[in-house]
Design a protein around this ligand. Sequence first.
Ligand SMILES: Cc1cc2nc3c(=O)[nH]c(=O)nc-3n(C[C@H](O)[C@H](O)[C@H](O)COP(=O)(O)OP(=O)(O)OC[C@H]3O[C@@H](n4cnc5c(N)ncnc54)[C@H](O)[C@@H]3O)c2cc1C
Ligand code: SF4
Ligand code: SF4
Length: 384
Amino acid sequence: MAPMTTNNITNIKNCFGCGVCSKICPIKIIDLKLNPEGFYTPFITNNDQCIHCGLCRETCAYINTSTFLKPLKSYAAWSTNDTILHDSSSGGICYMIANKLQTKGYDICAVKFNPIKNRAEHYIAHNNIELQESLGSKYIQSYTIAGFRDINLKKNTLVVGTPCQIDSFRHLIIKRKVEDNFILIDFFCHGIPSWFLWNKYVKELSLGKLKSASWRNKDNGWHDSWLIKAEGEKGEIASSYKKDKDMFYKLFLSDTCLNKPCYISCKYKQTKSAADIRVGDFWGKTYSQNDKGVSIVITYNDKGNNILKELSDCTLKEHPIDICLEGQMSHNPTLPKTRSLIIKELKNKYIPIRYILFRMKISHKFHIFIKRLIKHENKNYNLS
Ligand SMILES: Cc1cc2nc3c(=O)[nH]c(=O)nc-3n(C[C@H](O)[C@H](O)[C@H](O)COP(=O)(O)OP(=O)(O)OC[C@H]3O[C@@H](n4cnc5c(N)ncnc54)[C@H](O)[C@@H]3O)c2cc1C
Ligand code: SF4
Ligand code: SF4
């Protein structure tokens, strides 16, 4: 008998790792695992059981065309509650919306840090105490399987995630004809760094097993909130407050160890979103003097816009979209030639992050030197 054509995710390589294919699989044979570069990748746990229904492929935003709506309205927003504002990454708008929807009976699927597994993961927040764990951005890829599995498609639910996660989720709820039950929020997304960077960083903190971690701490203000605060078995530590002094941020923001699709196949920069609401940090000139935190909020339809109007403990100011986009990336970063070497070094337990940064600096200087030398030689050649 001729082998059946594979109509599942087996042949999809370097995808977003959103895990939505696992949610839709009727046989429940798709899981996510870390690939050798430290990013989640889907795999079939039992090939013999696959019925080749193709549902996993149909929900996948990586291989399917996406439909993006035009922005409806764009705002600056921030919480009037000082504690929420301090603990959030920008203006606390994600939390405010989630909190409001929770009081209206919505389930909330957001992201928390799991210190036992040392990873970010999607989860369902059943009450306000659990919701507080979602506060603040975790700048690592989230493991979605358990959180998405617990979403009841028949219930009203808010889902927050990266634009690629949310795009696949949009495909899923269209396919299942349950779009009306959902509100989806994504954010402007710089990209996700390899889990090996985070793992090495945590080891170098020398705190033993972590109890908690906060990526964007506003103790020194919002504009200098590139401060990681972590608590472990051996105490608490806060990294230096300048982003160029924190090793995690230095490597993450150098764009040298992001997931491959963040360079090659991300289709979500600027306003391109499959969500009802997109949020972000209101960088740029307008709020450069504000040091408590301001969020950008873009709504794409009435559903997204109406929920904002219901927020009582939040300041909302409408701004033209160009002003909101001032500080946001316009293109995907270029895939650097050094990426594989850096990821290899991140996996090597004997190489500290500061060595990787030092080597990068030296090779950059050497590169500039060679370029200047070639330019100089060419000039001499032209003169003679
Ligand atoms: C990897 C990553 C890259 C980002 N890049 C940019 C950028 O380039 N420009 C920009 O303006 N903003 C970016 N953001 C968004 C920004 O950090 C804030 O989340 C945004 O300003 C909203 O702030 P807030 O105060 O409303 O968030 P909060 O109220 O503090 O809520 C944060 C929300 O983000 C969710 N979340 C946290 N970590 C993750 C994760 N790893 N994956 C999925 N969801 C998560 C939480 O569930 C929560 O709902 C990024 C966020 C992440 C996680
Ligand atoms: S649905 Fe997500 S995890 Fe599954 S193949 Fe597509 S991008 Fe990868
Ligand atoms: S940069 Fe794009 S591909 Fe990468 S995690 Fe963000 S949305 Fe997904």
